[in-house]
Design a protein around this ligand. Sequence first.
Ligand SMILES: Cc1cc2nc3c(=O)[nH]c(=O)nc-3n(C[C@H](O)[C@H](O)[C@H](O)COP(=O)(O)OP(=O)(O)OC[C@H]3O[C@@H](n4cnc5c(N)ncnc54)[C@H](O)[C@@H]3O)c2cc1C
Length: 380
Amino acid sequence: MANFNISAEQRQLVEEVRALALRQIAPAVGMLDEADDGRFNDGPFRALAEHNLLTPTVPQEYGGRGLGYFSTALALEELGAVCAGVATVVTANIHAASPIILAGSAGQRGTYLPPLAYAEPCLAAFALTEPEAGSDITSIATTTACNKGLWTINGVKEFVINGGLARFTTLFATTDKEDKRAGLVAFIVPYDVQGLKVGTVHNKMGIRCVRTARLILDKVIVPDELVIGPRGSAYLLLMQTFDRGRALAGAVGVGLARAAFEFALQYSKHRQQFGRPVFAQQAVSFVLAELAARIESARLLVWKACWLIDNDLDYTMASSMAKIAGSQVAQEAAAAAMDICGGRGYLKDLPVEKYLRDARVLSLIEGTNNIQKAVIASLL
Ligand SMILES: Cc1cc2nc3c(=O)[nH]c(=O)nc-3n(C[C@H](O)[C@H](O)[C@H](O)COP(=O)(O)OP(=O)(O)OC[C@H]3O[C@@H](n4cnc5c(N)ncnc54)[C@H](O)[C@@H]3O)c2cc1C
């Protein structure tokens, strides 16, 4: 049965995350954004870890909050409204933990999940993309081979969020250059393994508080115990991880859109031109009305996708739709907010230009929006 009421517990969670984000993250957002990407400020992540919200999907038996995807999306909307970068780091941690939660052995879960729930921040990374393999993941060139229970991995991973900071990286390589899907293997790669090097740390347009780096694997050796899931199952595991993560990327977009919308609404009601607030012009108020409707639609798509995930129903198409809707509305709201704030919107004095820079990445990560359309089309 459809139910649009969030529970008392979920309402409490929203209030908790909103208060934490406004008190402990919002004051630092400008400084985090100004920081060069080479430097990393872990302040927001300390605050989140203290509330056990850095990887909120870690099951309670491993010390986590054990939040379902619906509740996690509510939390991410709040974080996304304050800083899409901080929210993106949380989605990266969730992404890295997801294969372990879904298919990890008892030993892997017992070793790698509890630190994600510690009060000291523990970052994790997810490494799939490579310089020559972006949307086309079947072209990955990171290879692996097993000899007497030891796996050797060689290759380069690109754009890795938390790269070089993560306690472990969930990483994909292939044993078979001809059939890379069947040959795909998912690994847990600990931070201190020999041969794992951090390459370029990328300097980005937006979400600048997020460390994004190249990882180089030069004869990295990991034991069989760090392979996630049975042989031949890694491709399916990867798709399940993406399908879940995409709904959450949508939630970050909804949060950013809401923040841009609320800022523009307030601004338009205060800014006087031609003797009245600019909001009194239909050209302005209709843009805001349209945005209000679009934000609500995107939120409902996110909620639906997350509800399907939590209820173990078919969520692939809904998740891709939620990701498209959330990322698009974030960009639309940020661009509209800049127009509504006029010339001031373009200045660093207001948060609007950051919204626009941050929003732009949301249609690129977790699979570009074209790839989401390909997923949806394949299911029509
Ligand atoms: C800030 C940031 C953080 C990231 N974090 C991570 C991370 O933590 N881990 C990770 O593994 N990756 C990460 N990525 C990588 C991201 O997932 C890829 O950038 C994305 O999948 C696209 O790959 P690409 O950049 O190589 O683009 P390409 O695949 O080269 O695509 C270029 C263009 O062609 C289009 N295109 C390609 N194929 C098709 C097709 N079949 N149909 C229609 N259009 C197509 C794309 O939509 C795009 O517009 C991150 C990227 C960024 C920018």
